[in-house]
Ligand binder design. Structure first.
Ligand code: FAD
Ligand code: NDP
Length: 458
């Protein structure tokens, strides 16, 4: 083909697009990235980072109370939501500057505006046409709201991160990652939270013991969990909302937050016109190397709806760059991807759930431990930690590591390395614990759960 303006044009400067653009530029390619909102994307501006800052901020409510058991006397302490939101936004602005600088320092051209494809090699931004040999779609996703009467009164996680003031009462709809994380934040900050979900309990897809433990702790912390319940309508009365539920109950509330999943940002990009195949959910269909149905167009991250996590989008981006520009075809590996839910208490998990392990491997041994974390002996907090190991009986290989409890994300990250290396239960047992810690429980569990108890979720 004739000379193009760029070797690579990326649509979207989020986790996947930002990393791919920078890496390709570092390999000497001429790269432009088109971004319609803020560099950093969902994770940095509307997801992982602001959410975790709010989780940290909210956790102090428990920390102050727990301190009393350790001899502290605390005078009056108050909380200022507006100040937390403002501080969080200062940090997001700082990160945006850093991410912009990274692009600039790597000679990536940032083009501000909404990009769409005119043909397989041409991206239109405003009235400007830019051409490239290779195009990467990394446009992420957006909240997806069901068609319920009054849904226009609901907010999503985007707005919840920047509320002008804390409501007194809040209804959160959904039982997934975002719903449980935001329920934890707002409940800890004193909002009366009712969480409405259609499933039998929170976090479908997670291990059954994890789900049950979290639900129990959420209820203990005061969240009104309404399982197997759906919203029929939302009505506004003055500054309040009436949420009508199945069973004909109506809840009065000050805010309705919907966290009912996310949809890929693939509409209006001209994808179908150039022959890029989408699936029934609108996700860009790609092969194991993230190549779409059009030879020179690739896609990574949430727009492909594989595993929608930041480190996954980044890893897919690196695999794409190695394949397309590094002469090293690299397929992304999707097994043993750890993940955490920053609810209260937090969850972290790597590998298979008990049900998946039984389905795929037949006989498994389950080691499960529930205990009161040391801190709660003096704090008096009635919250238990749950740790679970799932082991393939024939090979002794550890197939799953699950934890609900303080520091779970920090603890399980290390065990993810062990699973990636194919560690056996004997190797876990031969590992010396760090004492006193909660983490040592993972290398000291010796009692198998009897087979008669197992299989609840199998
Ligand atoms: P994004 O980061 O969404 O980036 C896409 C970019 O494309 C955006 O900046 C968008 O503005 C831009 N764009 C879209 N269309 C166009 C266009 N036509 N032209 C130009 N630009 C365009 N993941 C974790 O791993 N851990 C967490 O704790 C976590 N917490 C989360 C909390 C929340 C509330 C949410 C919503 C998500 C969270 N995630 C978390 C998921 C994580 O944010 C995403 O998986 C990740 O951001 C996906 O990266 P991406 O590059 O695919 O897309
Ligand atoms: P999830 O897919 O995790 O959960 C969606 C929830 O909404 C489920 O409980 C689902 O129920 C429910 N739901 C879906 N459709 C409807 C409907 N029509 N009516 C009522 N309920 C409905 O999505 P989230 O929005 O919570 O998060 C999106 C993704 O972002 C996550 O899957 C994850 O990949 C990523 N994320 C990661 C985080 C982390 O790593 N800590 C944090 C936040 C987000 P059911 O289960 O019955 O289908």
């Amino acid at each position: 083909m004739t000379a193009t303006d760029f070797d690579l044009i990326t649509l979207g400067a989020g986790s996947g697009g930002g990393r791919a653009s920078r890496m390709a530029a570092q390999m000497g390619r001429k790269v432009a990235v088109v971004e319609e909102s803020r560099v950093g994307g969902t994770c940095v501006m509307r997801g992982c980072v602001p959410k975790k800052l709010l989780v940290m901020g909210a956790h102090f409510a428990e920390d102050f109370t727990d301190a009393l058991g350790f001899g502290w006397s605390i005078g009056s302490f108050g909380f200022d939501w507006a100040r937390l939101v403002a501080s969080k936004n200062v940090e997001l602005n700082r990160l945006e500057t850093v991410y912009n600088r990274i692009l600039r320092d790597n000679n990536v051209t940032l083009i501000e505006g909404r990009g769409r494809l005119a043909d397989a090699h041409t991206v239109m931004v405003g009235g400007q046409a830019l051409t490239a040999e290779t195009i990467l779609i990394a446009t992420g996703g957006r909240p997806s709201l069901p068609d319920v009467p009054g849904i226009e009164f609901a907010v999503t996680s985007n707005e919840a991160l920047d509320l002008m003031q804390l409501p007194e009462r809040m209804v959160i709809v959904g039982g997934g990652y975002i719903a449980v994380e935001f329920a934890g934040i707002f409940n800890a900050l004193g909002v009366k939270v009712t969480q409405v979900l259609r499933g039998d309990t929170v976090l479908r897809g997670f291990d059954q013991d994890v789900r049950a433990t979290l639900a129990e702790e959420m209820v203990r912390k005061g969240i009104d969990l309404r399982c197997e319940t759906v919203v029929h309508s939302i009505e506004r009365t003055g500054r309040m909302y009436s949420v009508r539920l199945s069973g004909d109950e109506t809840i009065e509330t000050d805010l309705v937050l919907y966290a009912t999943g996310r949809s890929p940002n693939s509409a209006g990009l001209g994808l179908e016109r150039v022959g890029v195949a989408l699936n029934e959910r609108g996700a860009v269909v790609v092969d194991e190397y993230s190549r779409t149905s059009v030879e020179n167009i690739w896609a990574v991250g949430d727009v492909t709806d594989r595993i929608n996590l930041t480190p996954v989008a980044i890893a897919e981006a690196m695999a794409f760059v190695n394949t397309a520009f590094g002469g090293r075809p690299t397929a992304m590996e999707y097994d043993n991807i750890p993940s955490a839910v920053f609810c209260m208490p937090p969850i972290a998990t790597v590998g298979l759930t008990e049900a998946e392990a039984r389905r795929r491997h037949g006989c498994v041994d389950v080691y499960l431990s529930r205990f009161k974390p040391m801190r709660n002996t003096l704090s008096g907090r009635d919250e238990r930690t749950m740790m679970k190991l799932i082991v393939e009986r024939t090979s002794d290989r550890v197939l799953g590591v699950h934890m609900v409890g303080p520091d779970a994300p920090e603890i399980v990250q290390g065990f993810a390395v062990a699973l990636k290396c194919g560690a056996t239960k004997a190797q876990f047992d031969a590992t010396i614990g760090i004492h006193p810690s909660a983490a040592e429980e993972f290398v000291t569990m010796r009692n198998k759960r009897p087979d008669s108890v197992a299989g609840e979720d199998a």
